[in-house]
Design a protein around this ligand. Structure first.
Ligand SMILES: NC(=O)c1ccc[n+]([C@@H]2O[C@H](COP(=O)([O-])OP(=O)(O)OC[C@H]3O[C@@H](n4cnc5c(N)ncnc54)[C@H](O)[C@@H]3O)[C@@H](O)[C@H]2O)c1
Length: 252
């Protein structure tokens, strides 16, 4: 029970990596708030955790909107008073496209969800975390923010920005006793991959697999294990890092 006495807020917890993180944290004794744009998806994860005897709740939120993040944090404040772990996991990808071919509205949405959400969380979530120190923030970036692929420029850039924000936040918040780290996973077979590659999913997966030395895609459990380490007391002296969970993609 490495997270007993821990209250954790996880965005994008209705699917993929976020659901896996919520499940792992809850199994380690954390009280978990599953946040998602899609309330039924977040509720399904929370109900599954409750059925297993864990303390979980679901809250609807659009992390791209300040007013929605404010309403979500007010709901958490009412239920819990504060929390010590925030996982900024909610994210969207772009459709693969050559430079100049991505619609501007798609870029705006991508940056609002993947990047501006961190600002909204800093405004509305940090005050609640300051009441529960030591605290930590974990931002889910991507290995593409460190090693970009062609055709994904704006997604890559959004994740490079997540890494930069992580490092800046870590430097600024360390004196307050709040750690901030990022995880940089490689591709997993989540709904996001389906949305990215559409009807060319298998072709996309094969292309990605060829670049991963350990020979498989990433799984939710891989990212959840990394998040558990960063959230736990084992990482109490770790801040400002970017932890690749990439099967060796960075050294290929
Ligand atoms: N799947 C991959 O290949 C991969 C690789 C590297 C990094 N990542 C990153 O991991 C994170 C999770 O990705 P995933 O693959 O689990 O995706 P996913 O699509 O399976 O899940 C993302 C969840 O975020 C929610 N979401 C989307 N927009 C939201 C918003 N505005 N407000 C609140 N919730 C919102 C969705 O409803 C969904 O439940 C993302 O930040 C993604 O960029 C994914």
């Amino acid at each position: 029970m490495r997270l007993s006495q821990t209250r954790a807020v996880i965005t994008g917890a209705g699917s993929g990596y976020g659901a896996a993180i919520a499940q792992r944290f809850a199994a380690q004794g954390a009280r978990v708030a599953c946040i998602d744009l899609q309330l039924p998806a977040a509720q399904a994860v929370a109900q599954q955790l409750q059925a297993a005897g864990c303390d979980a709740m679901a809250v609807q939120c659009d992390v791209a909107r300040s007013d929605s993040v404010q309403a979500m944090t007010e709901q958490i404040a009412q239920a819990w008073g504060g929390f010590s772990v925030l996982v900024n996991n909610a994210g969207v990808s772009q459709r693969p496209a050559r430079l100049g071919k991505t619609p501007e509205a798609e870029i705006d949405h991508l940056l609002a969800v993947n990047l501006k959400s961190l600002h909204h969380m800093a405004v509305h979530a940090l005050p609640l975390m300051r009441q529960c120190k030591p605290a930590c923030v974990i931002n889910i970036a991507s290995v593409t923010g460190l090693r970009p692929r062609p055709g994904m420029t704006w997604y890559n850039a959004s994740k490079a920005a997540v890494i930069s924000v992580t490092q800046s936040m870590a430097a600024e918040l360390a004196p307050e006793g709040i750690r901030v780290n990022a995880i940089a996973p490689t591709a997993a077979h989540t709904p996001m991959l389906q949305a990215m590659f559409g009807d060319r999913l298998q072709e996309g997966i094969d292309r990605v697999l060829a670049t991963i030395p350990l020979g498989r895609l990433c799984q939710g459990a891989d990212v959840a294990a990394a998040a558990l380490y960063l959230a736990s007391a084992d990482a109490e002296f770790v801040t400002g890092i970017v932890l690749p969970v990439d099967g060796g993609r960075l050294v290929a």
